[in-house]
Design a binder for this molecule. Structure first.
Ligand SMILES: [Zn+2]
Length: 336
C-alpha cells in the first residue's frame, strides 16, 4: 500500500500538495464528542491522513444513533462509542495513530485531554463542555472548531486564541437547564450534522495548513437552504479571552451537582437557580415517553428510567446507580 496512492487525489489539489499532506501527517487533533458531528469529523480527518486523532466520548451506542452517526452499525449497540470509532478508523487508515478516552469531559480532566494536541474539534451537543473547551483552549493557546446541529440547522465557527473572538464572546453564559432544545427532545435530520461536521473538518485541515480560515459564525439550514455568515466581534470585557478569568475551568461555574440518594436513585442539582416551565418541557418530552405533570414535580419515564424533575431543575433519577448515566439522562432530557 503506497502512501502516495492513498492520498493521490488529495495531493494533486492545489491547496494541499505533497508539503500539505506531510503537514497533515504530523498533526495531532482531538475530537471531543462522538455523535453525529464527531463521527463525521473523525471519519473525514482519518481519511485525509491527519497523523494522530484522539477520540473522546462518554456514551454507548444506542439504536436511535444509527440514523445519523455514520461510524456505527447494529453490532455496536451497547458498546462505548469512543472505542468503536477508534476501531473503525484503524480499519479505514492503518497509517495514522488513533487513541481514545471513554470518559466524561470535566474541569478536572479537560486540560489533560487536550495536552499536546494541536487542534480541538467540537463534536459535543453540550454547552457546558463547550465552555470548558473554550476556557481550556484559550488558556493553553490551542485553536478549536466549534460546531452544533439540531433539527435541520447548524452552525460552526473557528476559535483561534488571541486572534479571533472566543465562544464566550458569542454566548456569554450557560443557558438555563430546560431552556435549550436538544436532539433528544426536538430531533435532528441526518444531513445537517453531516454538513456541519464536514465544514468543521475542512476548517481543521485549513488551520493545520496555515491557510486563510473562516472568521465568521456560519449558520446553515439544510431544509430551507438559508445560509448566513455572521460577523462576530470580540467582546471588550469577555471573561474568557480578554480577562482570562476561566470560570468554567476553575469550576466556579458548573451546571450540576450529582449525589447518590438511596439505592437505584441519583439526584442532579443545578448550581444556578432556575425556573423550569413544566408546560414547555412536558410538550417536548411527551413525544418521547410517558409524562406526568404533577404541578410541583414533572415525572418522565423513558427506557426503564424515571426522571422526577422539580421546577428549580433539581432532578431525581430512578433506575440507575451510575453517575455518568444520570448525568447523560439529565443532559438529554432536562438540560444542557
Ligand atoms: Zn471572548
Amino acid at each position: 500500500m503506497s502512501v502516495d496512492d492513498r492520498y493521490s487525489r488529495q495531493i494533486i489539489l492545489e491547496n494541499i500538495q505533497e508539503a500539505g499532506q506531510k503537514k497533515l501527517s504530523k498533526n495531532h487533533v482531538v475530537v471531543i464528542g462522538c455523535g453525529a458531528l464527531g463521527t463525521t469529523i473523525a471519519n473525514n480527518l482519518a481519511r485525509s491522513g491527519v497523523g494522530h486523532i484522539k477520540i473522546v466520548d462518554r456514551d454507548i451506542v444506542e439504536l436511535n444513533n444509527l440514523q445519523r452517526q455514520i461510524l456505527f452499525d447494529e453490532d455496536d449497540i451497547g458498546l462505548p462509542k469512543a472505542s468503536i470509532v477508534a476501531q473503525k478508523l484503524k480499519r479505514i487508515n492503518s497509517g495514522i495513530k488513533i487513541d481514545f478516552v471513554i470518559d466524561d469531559v470535566t474541569h478536572k480532566n479537560i486540560e489533560n485531554i487536550i495536552k499536546d494536541m494541536d487542534i480541538v474539534v467540537d463534536g459535543t451537543d453540550n454547552m457546558l463542555i463547550r465552555f470548558l473547551i473554550n476556557d481550556a483552549c484559550i488558556k493553553n493557546g490551542i485553536p478549536w472548531v466549534y460546531g452544533g446541529a439540531i433539527e435541520t440547522h447548524g452552525m460552526t465557527m473557528n476559535i483561534i486564541p488571541h486572534k479571533t473572538p472566543c465562544f464566550r464572546c458569542i454566548v456569554q453564559d450557560l443557558p438555563e437547564a430546560g431552556s435549550l432544545p436538544t436532539c433528544d427532545t426536538v430531533g435532528v435530520l441526518m444531513s445537517i450534522p453531516s454538513i456541519i461536521g464536514s465544514i468543521q473538518s475542512t476548517e481543521t485541515l485549513k488551520i493545520i495548513l496555515n491557510k486563510q480560515i473562516n472568521r465568521d459564525l456560519l449558520v446553515y439550514d439544510v431544509w430551507s437552504h438559508d445560509f448566513h455568515r455572521i460577523k462576530i466581534k470580540r467582546k471588550k470585557d469577555c471573561e474568557c479571552c480578554v480577562k482570562h478569568n476561566f470560570e468554567f475551568l476553575n469550576a466556579e461555574k458548573k451546571e450540576e451537582m450529582i449525589s447518590i440518594c438511596g439505592s437505584g436513585a441519583i439526584q442532579v442539582t443545578p448550581v444556578k437557580t432556575i425556573d423550569i416551565s413544566f408546560e414547555e418541557l412536558a410538550k417536548k418530552l411527551q413525544k418521547l415517553g410517558d409524562v406526568e405533570n404533577r404541578k410541583v414535580i414533572l415525572r418522565f419515564r423513558i427506557s426503564g428510567y424515571e426522571l422526577n424533575i422539580f421546577r428549580n431543575g433539581r432532578t431525581i433519577i430512578i433506575g440507575t446507580n451510575d453517575m455518568k448515566t444520570a448525568k447523560s439522562l439529565y443532559a438529554k432530557y432536562v438540560g444542557i
